[in-house]
Design a protein around this ligand. Sequence first.
Ligand code: HSE
Length: 402
Amino acid sequence: MINVAVLGYGTVGSGVVEVIESNNAEVSLKSGEEMHVKYILDLRDFPGDPYESLVTHNFDDIVNDPEVSIVCEVMGGIGAAYKFTKACLEKGKSVCTSNKELVAKYGAELLELARENHCSYMFEASVGGGIPIIRPLNKALTPEHIENISAILNGTTNYILSKMEKEGADYGETLKQAQALGYAERNPEADVEGHDSCRKIAILSSLMAGKNVDSEKIYTEGITQITATDFAFAKAANMTIKLIATSKSLADGSILAMVAPTMISKENALAAVNDVFNGVLITGNMLGDVMFYGKGAGKLPTASAVVSDVIDCARHVGRSSIVCIWEKEEVVLADIAETEKAFFVRASKDAAEEIKAAFPGGQVVACEAEDFGYITTVMKEKEFDEKAAALGDKILNRIRVA
Ligand code: HSE
């Protein structure tokens, strides 16, 4: 019998219990032994809940119970979650999590602790929700030198941008609708400012490099400045706008990582990833492109990913269940100012000649909108920034073009 404890009985935690108990025949068969949830840790009580008898408020009940071999940390945050994860790993209990903030910050350290204690730290659900992406990187793609990852990693912002594109609506009103429907949090900052995508691309980048990528050093821009007019220009250029997280492995061993709204061609595979879905496009040097697509958020898809890790741990009691190379050594991040790309520039119509003169050789985007739209030639970010600064407030918005 395998006994599991679930730390946090919120959306994902209740989903984990539901997956283990409702799909118990499948889960037990694939674990090789009968599996059940023995404890649920939460500060609250849940009167009337079918699993209320499993609730404890005392973490010691879990960490000191030798019958518990696998713990799901789905409480979020980096305070108690970090402390409890460490305590479980030190006791040789494997920990499976959806907590991207904790994985991004302490992944290398917690993996090392798990190795030292002959157990596992697993985080399939931390990136892409229900999409298998961590396991493919650690298993199927192991012979590859990963050259590039380009991804839509946040369902909330992808929902907002897709709706803006479809309905010609502005950012503010679309965010309000997304909040009313429960897609966006009441405090949407982590999503709309790109922090959530940043943590997720930091995790993928760390696995790509085998070394630690500090999420706090990744250049991150959110979607709050994108307007309906930007989408009108994108449409006129047969493009769309997505919040793209990228990580590129450079020849000198550094990594170019960033999160930013980006105009991409309608031909780009990521342009077809709409609504709350996520998509991850990986380029390996032998394999070429491979794409992962699916529900990047939500109770049951995320819980299912957590339980897939639980089953892996159950199959490998007493040893690490998966090869996961993520050392503590810091990866050098390339300076994005030195990188080259084209930029979409939106300005008022009376600034058109000045924009063309400042960025010669570009392309005017014809559109019925009031403003003037222009795509520059490919240039270094720092060159663009210098020219844009000289134009002052004449540039109303600028979006990178991929
Ligand atoms: N807020 C996240 C999203 C949840 O919208 O994708 C999944 O990490």
